[in-house]
Structure formats: C-alpha cells, structure tokens
Design a binder for this molecule. Structure first.
Ligand SMILES: Cc1cc2nc3c(=O)[nH]c(=O)nc-3n(C[C@H](O)[C@H](O)[C@H](O)COP(=O)(O)O)c2cc1C
Length: 147
C-alpha cells in the first residue's frame, strides 16, 4: 500500500517546497488539493499539508479531508506557518469521526508576506530553509515510513 500527501500552498509556495523536498527523497505521491476530489481508498497512509491561515489549515483542504478521507486510515499532518506552535486543531476536527490514526505531525516556519507583515518586510524570512526541509525529510523517514 502506498502513501500520499494532499497539500494546499496558496500564499508563497512554502508548503509545496516542504512536500516536494520529501517527495524528492522518499516514496510518496503528491496531490494538489485544487485538483478536486480524489479516491483515497487505495492509500495506506495519507498526509494533509497546508500553510496556516488565521490559525487554520486551508479551508479547501479541510473540506477535502472531511469529504474524501475514508474511515480507518493512518494520517499525518504537515504545516508551515509564521509562528512555531501546534496548528493541528482544525485538521483534527475536520477528520473527527473517521477513526483515523494520527501517526505524527511536522511543522516549520514559512515566510509570511501578508498584510501587516508586508509593511515590516515579511516574517519568518528565508523559511522553509535547508534545515527545515531536511527536518521534514527526517520526519517522513523516521515517523511516517515505519508506521
Ligand atoms: C491570510 C494569511 C493568514 C495567515 N495566518 C497565520 C496565522 O494565523 N498564524 C501563523 O503562524 N501564520 C499565518 N500566516 C503565515 C502562513 O501560514 C505562512 O506564510 C505559510 O508558510 C504559508 O504557506 P504557503 O506558502 O504554503 O501557503 C498567514 C498567512 C496568510 C497569507
């Protein structure tokens, strides 16, 4: 059985960089959520990856997860955000009731050039950097692959 990461990366492409770094080194399929609904029944492990917008995963990704995640799957979460904090609440809520097993989550900083941050020259400049990408690959190899 195989692994897929469904991602949304609409601000700076930060989350896309993270999942592409993982896909470059590891056996995983990537799926941009803007492509629409997808049958996920054939996948063993399913990742949801997103930038954080107003403390939540992307609305489209949350709706996708609620509608397309089959029951009884292993799942993991990946996000990029300005703040270094746990942002898994919205995605956990979106998949509640599907009997999913959360095998882990990875978050790192992502450059933010939105609204007031733009006036300050942006926040979390340079992220995700090479260390962030290497940490993401390690997360996948150490936590997702063995699960
Ligand atoms: C509209 C908007 C709202 C955001 N809200 C938050 C937030 O609540 N907390 C946070 O830490 N970062 C916030 N950010 C920063 C993004 O999460 C960060 O830039 C992320 O890396 C964007 O990922 P992406 O380029 O893959 O879309 C926000 C960015 C935008 C554009």
């Amino acid at each position: 059985m195989s692994t897929i990461i469904v991602f949304a990366s609409k601000h700076q492409g930060n989350t896309r960089k993270v999942v592409e770094a993982i896909a470059k080194e590891c056996e995983v399929e990537l799926y941009d959520v803007t492509q629409g609904p997808k049958d996920l029944s054939g996948y063993d492990k399913i990742g949801f990856a997103s930038g954080i917008y107003a403390a939540n995963f992307d609305r489209g990704l949350l709706d996708f997860a609620a509608s397309n995640l089959p029951n009884d799957k292993k799942v993991f979460f990946i996000y990029t955000a300005t703040l270094d904090t746990d942002f898994s609440k919205s995605i956990s809520k979106a998949i509640a009731g599907k009997n999913a097993t959360v095998i882990g989550q990875f978050g790192c900083k992502g450059y933010n050039n939105w609204g007031p941050f733009k006036l300050m020259g942006g926040a979390a400049k340079g992220h995700p950097n090479q260390t962030d990408l290497a940490n993401a690959v390690s997360f996948f190899k150490n936590t997702v692959e063995p699960a």
